[in-house]
Design a binder for this molecule. Structure first.
Ligand code: GSH
Length: 221
């Protein structure tokens, strides 16, 4: 069954691929699963029809027969779990290694993403506030602490725990939000890590698909 995902009709990131549908597209490409995309305006995301799929009125969602999912991490985990017989898979066959890969998925979304996303939001929504510089400094200190720890764990390895996994997929998408901020400059291994993720053919296909949406929307303006 071909699943349907939702994505922004006009992504506010202007085609940079930072919206969270990108994680889902990338996971689907990694496992070779075709998918359909339903594009939504900001207004449509808040309508009851979409809130039925995601109570928070956000993208991405995932529909596959009777199954409806929201939360990008849960969707990527579902895709990974449904395609474990593939080689290479997004989750390792060994049970302990699989649990560790899932731990990295949580680490990406629970330990790294919160300060990184807060920083991005602050840059957009709070930069005019009198206290903005102080808040920015605090958030950047928190981010640097986590990036240093992550880079130390990664060391000279290509991926976080053995082969590329769903944990790496989520981690790379989380770190990408820092590109252009300068915050990654002193964490060179992480820049190379993001590059490795982005070089994967599945990532390239996913990026192209979301870019096509942005280009089509730009043409209509
Ligand atoms: N934790 C959720 C966050 C979803 C989320 O923040 N989606 C954004 C796009 S990346 C969105 O829909 N923003 C519009 C809004 O919240 O109104 C996930 O990982 O799926």
């Amino acid at each position: 069954m071909v699943p349907t995902i939702t994505a922004f009709e006009k992504s506010p990131d202007r085609g940079k691929g930072l919206a969270r549908d990108m994680r889902v597209r990338w996971a689907l490409e990694e496992v070779g699963q075709a998918y359909r995309t339903r594009l939504l305006s900001f207004e449509a995301m808040k309508e009851p029809a979409h809130r039925f799929l995601n109570p928070f009125g956000q993208i991405p969602t995932y529909e596959e027969g009777d199954l409806v999912l929201f939360e990008s991490g849960a969707i990527v985990l579902h895709i990974a779990e449904r395609h474990t017989s593939l080689l290479p898979a997004l989750l390792p066959a060994d049970e302990n290694a699989r649990s560790r890969a899932i731990a990295w998925m949580f680490a990406a979304l629970n330990t790294l993403e919160p300060p990184i996303f807060e920083h991005a939001l602050a840059r957009i929504l709070e930069h005019g506030e009198t206290w903005y510089e102080a808040r920015r400094t605090i958030l950047e200190e928190r981010i640097h602490k986590r990036l240093k720890e992550l880079a130390e764990h990664l060391g000279s390895a290509d991926w976080l725990d053995g082969d590329f996994s769903a944990g790496d997929l989520l981690m790379v998408t989380v770190l990408q939000r820092l590109k252009g901020t300068g915050l990654l400059d002193i964490h060179a291994p992480l820049l190379a890590y993001i590059d490795r993720g982005e070089a994967r053919p599945a990532y390239q296909r996913a990026f192209k698909a979301q870019w096509a949406v942005f280009e089509a929307a730009s043409g209509q303006r």
